[in-house]
Design a protein around this ligand. Structure first.
Ligand code: SAM
Length: 518
């Protein structure tokens, strides 16, 4: 049993400060996510370091934190049934303690005694002493049933999106949005597999920057145990995701009617889908020499394909001018810069938020010199004014709901609201208008989102063509992505591309390519 699973015994009267346990780290991060709107993937590595957790306890804290946040909706339903109370009536710190306990019992298979006693101890430690009896009683009830039995109980009387939302711990509006996006490519029957994939911890993926990464970099990056996103302690671009290699054998859903065949997430470790991607990274990527030197970067392979779809859709002519309109924190800009340097093009990387522009500068510092890249700060909507020099290739990786990256951002599914969509869609449309203005005749525009929400993807493209169909021509994006990819990216035919985590093990990136008529 690891120290994380056993409450330390201390002599009476021992006044030394108690070492921070893995469970306490997970509790503190869960609280900060709820109360201060913190981001788990940014806060957790700091807290783990500060607590001095061993590698094993760090892994325990990571799974406990991420898993509890992802499965929060489902666990609240279980706590509601087990306690006989509305979760809204349970004090929030006590509820957080119980969420962590339920994840140990149902999500991590921690032995019942260890999970219950250590969670009761945690309640005491965080000042919820008054509730230790309640926590103990509820967790014992939870432990008395299997996950499948709980599934039947919490989904009883529910159907359609409400059933899927509870079973797979997604808000109903997100389930509906994902269903609509799959239905748009006649893949509605993949919904359960997608929802299940969103709940699997992603593995880190790296990009080997063209012209910079060496064979030795790639070799040293792939030797050793596989890391998940939570192991990333030092990379500034925490965009790693991966294959859905887990198998979730909880009774699943075949459709929204509640029939429950098991959902098997495909074991998709067929090697990288990006020609410059690396999967199966060894240990903490921040300690990989090529990453430390900036020749390799943590980056989801969907993001890599999106960037390469722009840079490799046609041969690069020396002297081309490229623009990354919304570049922060600089993941795609780094790949664009490496590609630009290879082809003799130059890149302007723009970002609205100064702190994020700083991250872009940092990302580009080791990739290309000032003759190749310029980082500028400001609103992307200012581009394309009369008299401005146009760009030959533009990447608009637009601010979006991020519903395509729910595996990596565990709290995102609970934080985004349906009301965010129209506001973001309006901004995306204005940025697209600016991109069209700024595009040179014959130039290529890549519109990219890490969201599959139709209002941000196909809907946005239809509206763009309605406004600018006279000057814009749609390219065969599916053909381009297939030609760029290292293996079949499993995308539907058509002028736009939607990647999916349950198919390719990438984020659900959307890509649409356009050419400005000469
Ligand atoms: C999806 S992220 C871009 C991710 C980036 N391409 C990468 O691969 O690392 C969108 C970025 O757009 C920025 N942004 C939001 N509104 C903007 C605007 N009006 N003009 C320019 N950038 C904006 C956000 O701050 C955010 O950094």
């Amino acid at each position: 049993m690891s120290p994380a699973q056993q409450a330390p015994r201390r002599a009476q009267g021992d006044r030394r400060p108690r070492p921070t346990s893995a469970r306490r780290v997970a509790f503190d991060v869960l609280r900060a996510v709820q109360v201060d709107d913190a981001y788990a993937n940014l806060l957790l590595p700091t807290r783990i370091r500060r607590a001095g957790l061993s590698a094993r306890d760090a892994a325990f804290a990571t799974e406990l934190t991420y898993g509890s946040i992802r499965m929060l909706g489902r666990y609240d339903a279980i706590v509601g049934v087990a306690s006989g109370r509305r979760v809204d009536d349970i004090e929030s710190d006590v509820l957080d303690v119980m969420r962590l306990g339920v994840h140990q019992l149902l999500g991590m298979r921690t032995p019942t005694h260890a999970a219950v006693s250590a969670t009761v101890e945690l309640a005491r430690e965080v000042g919820a002493r008054r509730a230790t009896g309640f926590v103990n009683a509820v967790l014992r009830k939870v432990a008395a049933k299997t996950d499948d039995e709980w599934d039947a109980l919490v989904t009883e009387g529910r159907s359609g999106d409400a059933l899927l939302a509870t079973r797979w711990s997604h808000p109903s509006w997100v389930v509906a949005a994902l269903r609509d996006a799959l239905a748009a490519e006649r893949s509605r029957d993949e919904l359960a597999a997608l929802l299940a994939a969103d709940n699997v911890a992603p593995r880190v993926q790296l990009v080997a920057l063209p012209g910079l990464a060496t064979d030795e970099d790639v070799r040293t990056a792939t030797t050793g145990p596989v890391a998940t996103d939570g192991d990333v302690t030092g990379a500034d671009d925490v965009t790693g995701t991966d294959d859905v290699t887990g198998t979730d054998d909880r009774a699943g859903v075949g459709d929204a009617t509640g029939a429950a065949p098991p959902v098997r997430i495909p074991v998709a470790d067929a090697g990288p889908v990006s020609p410059v991607g690396i999967r199966g990274t060894a240990g903490d990527p921040a300690r990989v020499p090529g990453v430390a030197a900036g020749r390799l970067r943590v980056q989801d392979e969907g993001s890599q394909l999106a960037a390469l779809a722009l840079t490799r859709s046609s041969a690069v002519r020396a002297g081309e001018r490229w623009l990354d309109m919304c570049a922060g924190p600089g993941g795609k800009a780094a790949l664009l810069a490496a590609e630009a340097a290879q082809g003799g093009a130059s890149l302007v990387a723009n970002e609205l938020v100064p702190a994020r522009a700083g991250l872009v500068r940092k990302a580009l510092a080791t990739v290309a010199g000032d003759d190749t890249v310029t980082v500028v700060e400001g609103d992307g909507r200012r581009f394309g004014k009369p008299g401005d020099e146009p760009f030959d290739r533009i990447l608009l990786d637009a601010p979006c709901t991020g519903l395509g990256a729910l595996r990596r951002r565990p709290e995102a599914r609970w934080r985004k609201q349906p009301e965010d969509v129209p506001e973001l869609a309006a901004l995306q449309a204005e940025l697209l208008d600016a991109a069209v203005r700024a595009l040179a005749p014959g130039g290529t525009l890549a519109y990219v989102t890490c969201s599959p929400h139709l209002a941000e993807t196909r809907g946005q493209v239809d509206a763009l063509l309605a406004r600018h169909g006279d000057v814009l021509e749609q390219l065969d994006t599916a053909g381009v992505v297939r030609s760029v990819a290292a293996r079949d990216p499993q995308v539907a035919d058509g002028p736009t591309v939607q990647l999916w985590p349950h198919r390719t093990g990438t984020d659900a990136m959307f890509v649409a390519l356009f050419r400005r008529r000469a």
